[in-house]
Ligand binder design. Structure first.
Ligand code: TRP
Length: 465
């Protein structure tokens, strides 16, 4: 296998084809980043963690940890040109360390599988909400009616299983066809459309919501309300929303042409992703305060599925906008699901010598089965709460707040300490200011930051003074 590789790492070719242009890569990574994380998860974790202070910590994590880790993933992926497991093993050896770095790739493959198992269930909800919107179920509905609809919907495991199955089918269909076909087109239209729709909804929320109150909640920090557990959640959300820490971006980077600027591509993705999350918050929070349902802020995953249908139901043309909204959200979830499967699929193709279609069917089937644990968390197993949370909540906690930052920590250490200067500078386009900044972040700020948050939130590092 290795014999067929060029001796010069900069000339190595991917086994899965390449992106047709720089734009295609940026679109694909944006498509993976923009998803349920921005629109469904961001508002409810902000709500659960008290607002402004959490948002500021989240933004700091995106900038100081997320951006450098994303650049590291792309550069490792492009230099290795293989699935994340093989790239880490290959580069580990090449840089004079060990092939055991492959375990970071394995951690990522597992994280992707676990994340998609619950992600697909929520994506299934968005499919169901398209149908509900079309049928006019929310037109002029009261907050009570919308809440009751949500509760009875998630209480029906057969319906959730059906939606989850449908969504996994869609994901498997695209991944099975290969990286380039389909995905580019989907993202090219989905991201601008989503942006546009959010702006329309923002207009509505500015005029009809309690905009001042929403703004205050989102941006004026009340530091006393933020716990270390909240800081951990903010960091986890930063990793999740940017799709980093699990090798997905590494897998995409493996198909990136040599001449593309890594800092430029990363910057574009980070800005687009952050903008969409902020917009979602600016739409949701003013509506929450207008609805008089402040309690809903702490109520978790149902937030968007209750507030938006209610608000849109009050608006002229609401059924139309609500339909479009859930269609776009399904698309956003779809382009993310593809990224979540890619590391596992690329690994099975290369490691077990399967065709892409076979590998996708195997991985898709496994994820589909695991998804039932999340389906049942809302009905049959709603009262089964190991560590005080449902299985669904535990999965989110384990993957987003623990596995992704842990993966990010090792990726940063690898890019900053194990890879020699020449290799990383070669990929990042020379040793200019951006390179120096990246290197300081990746060597010191990222690892130390993640460690402190881990230790503080687990209570292992006591407060000084
Ligand atoms: N970023 C995605 C979202 O916000 C979720 C996600 C996490 C993801 N890790 C990923 C998507 C890896 C693709 C690849 O919804």
């Amino acid at each position: 296998m290795l014999g067929s590789q060029s001796a010069d790492p900069a000339r190595r070719k991917s086994l899965h084809g390449h992106w047709s242009s720089k734009m295609a890569f940026v679109l694909a990574v944006t498509g993976s980043a923009v998803g349920l994380g921005n629109i469904w998860r961001f508002p409810y974790v902000v709500g659960e963690n008290g607002g402004g202070a959490f948002v500021l910590v989240y933004l700091a994590c995106v900038l100081l940890i997320g951006m450098p880790v994303m650049m590291s993933e792309i550069l490792i992926g492009r230099r290795g040109r293989r699935n994340p497991v093989a790239s880490m093993a290959l580069l580990g050896e090449e840089e004079g360390s060990t092939r055991h770095w492959k375990w970071i790739g394995v951690l990522g493959v597992v994280a992707g599988i676990l994340i998609l198992s619950y992600y697909s269930v929520v994506a299934g909800w968005t499919l169901a909400y398209v149908v509900k919107s079309v049928s006019g179920a929310f037109t002029a509905a009261s907050t009570d009616m919308v809440t009751a609809q949500y509760d009875s919907f998630v209480g029906d495991w057969r319906l959730l299983a059906l939606c989850h199955t449908l969504f996994m089918g869609l994901a498997v269909f695209v991944v099975g066809r290969g990286v380039e076909r389909g995905l580019e087109q989907a993202v090219r239209f989905m991201v601008p459309a989503l942006l546009l729709l959010l702006l329309v909804l923002l207009g509505y929320s500015v005029t009809s919501g309690s905009f001042g109150e929403g703004l205050t909640f989102m941006f004026s920090p009340v530091w006393e309300d933020l716990t270390w557990d909240g800081v951990l959640a903010a960091m986890g959300q930063a990793f999740f929303t940017l799709s980093i820490g699990m090798g997905a971006i590494m897998a995409y980077g493996a198909y990136l042409p040599e001449e593309t600027s890594i800092p430029g591509a990363s910057g574009t993705v980070v800005v687009a992703d952050t903008m969409i999350a902020m917009l979602a918050g600016l739409v949701i929070f003013p509506l929450v305060f207008a609805s008089g349902l402040e309690g809903i802020l702490e109520a978790g995953p149902g937030l968007v599925f209750k507030i938006l249908p209610w608000a849109l139901g009050q608006m002229p043309g609401g059924a139309f906008f609500s339909t479009i909204f859930f269609i776009l959200l399904s698309f956003a979830a779809w382009t993310s699901a593809i990224g979540l499967m890619e590391p596992a699929v690329a690994w099975v193709v290369e490691h077990f010598n399967k065709t892409r279609a076979q590998a996708t069917a195997m991985i898709g089937g496994l994820i589909w089965l695991l998804g039932f644990a999340s389906v049942f968390s809302y009905n049959l197993l709603a009262d089964f709460k190991p560590f005080g949370r449902t299985i669904f909540d535990n999965l989110g906690r384990l993957t987003n707040d623990i596995m992704l930052p842990l993966g990010g920590l090792f990726i940063a250490v690898f890019a900053g300490w194990v890879m020699c200067r020449n290799s990383s500078a070669d990929e990042l386009g020379g040793a200019g200011l951006i390179y120096k900044l990246w290197r300081v972040l990746v060597r010191f700020v990222v690892p130390v930051g993640i460690l402190i948050v881990f230790l503080k939130s687990s209570g292992l590092l006591p407060d000084l003074g």
